[in-house]
Design a protein around this ligand. Structure first.
Ligand code: ATP
Length: 282
């Protein structure tokens, strides 16, 4: 199978080379290579314990590789701090959203925008900059469908809404690369539908790396997929090809599911992901 790439081969936004992370005798991420063009929609899937979250942690900088390199827009960020990576354009949305409940929904995003601003220390004292941040925060709330709740305390939001707020906070830094850690986990079918709309409407300038168990989300959002198994890349390629690869089914079938969240690829019993009906969702 050919690696995910564009015919014109634009300068990649993210390049991973020989990326390896060991925990004692366990190699959680094993010699992983990946090259993503700007605006990529790339999913990382694999059975429980395959190394997906570790890979995301390495890219975000919350964990460091034992071997290999990470380049963002041509700059080597392998040893860069999370703060520097964030300034260079990496943003991450978490499974457990980091929302400040005492602040309004809007101010959560204003704050996130400020945190990314190069002159953030003086920004509090500038009314014009506050207005700009507020306007931009309002746009991000519209993107994630929370504009009508802008002035409510964030503590009033449901789990699904908090996840959308966390996504808006990630977008507030105008990232070039957005890392999404199981964005559909714990969402209702309605929220997943909204999430799909939001992800479908993200600007093309933002590349997305998505770790996700819900195969229908992967099938609809991702144009390319890396399948990890025991830390190694089993397959990388266009989504349809990667999901249909016989080794992928084998890898899932040989792995006992840890959670009961019905990630169908884990059970190995899914029909074609592109044609799954909403009724079949777990
Ligand atoms: P899941 O789908 O269950 O979240 P995953 O594919 O995200 O799994 P990781 O969480 O990256 O997998 O874990 C990969 C392997 O590395 C697992 O065997 C896990 O137990 C191990 N591991 C992860 N973090 C650590 C750590 N800090 N110390 C020791 N082992 C770890």
């Amino acid at each position: 199978m050919t690696p995910a790439s564009d015919a014109v081969d634009p300068a990649p936004v993210l390049v991973l080379d020989h990326l390896t992370r060991r925990y004692g005798s366990l190699t959680a991420v094993d010699d992983v290579a990946l090259r993503l063009p700007p605006g990529a929609r790339h999913a990382v899937i694999g059975p429980n314990g395959a190394g997906k979250t570790t890979l995301l942690n390495l890219i975000a900088g919350t964990d460091r590789p034992d071997r290999g390199t990470i380049a963002l827009n041509g700059a080597d960020v392998t040893r860069a701090s999370t703060a520097k990576r964030s300034r260079l354009g990496i943003a991450r949305s978490f499974q457990q959203p980091s929302v400040i409940g005492e602040l309004t929904v809007l101010d959560n995003i204003v704050l996130a925008g400020w945190a990314h601003h190069p002159k953030r220390r003086g920004a509090w004292r500038s009314p014009s900059r506050y207005r700009l941040h507020t306007e931009s925060a309002g746009r991000h709330l519209e993107t994630v469908g929370l504009a009508h709740l802008a002035h409510r305390p964030a503590s009033e939001l449901s789990h699904g809404q908090r996840r959308m707020l966390d996504l808006a906070a990630a977008l507030a830094g105008d990232p070039r690369l957005l890392l999404l850690d199981e964005p559909a986990a714990g969402l209702t079918d309605g929220d997943i539908g909204r999430l799909l709309d939001i992800l479908g409407a993200l600007p093309e300038s933002v590349a997305v790396v998505l770790v996700e168990h819900h195969v229908e989300v992967v099938a609809q959002v991702a144009t390319s997929v890396t399948v990890l198994a025991a830390g190694r890349v089993l397959v990388t390629g266009p989504t349809g090809e990667a999901l249909a690869h016989p080794e992928v089914r084998d890898a899932y079938q040989n792995t006992a599911p840890v959670s009961g969240e019905a990630p169908d690829l884990v059970t190995g019993s899914a029909p074609d992901p592109v044609t799954r009906s909403p009724e079949a969702r777990g």
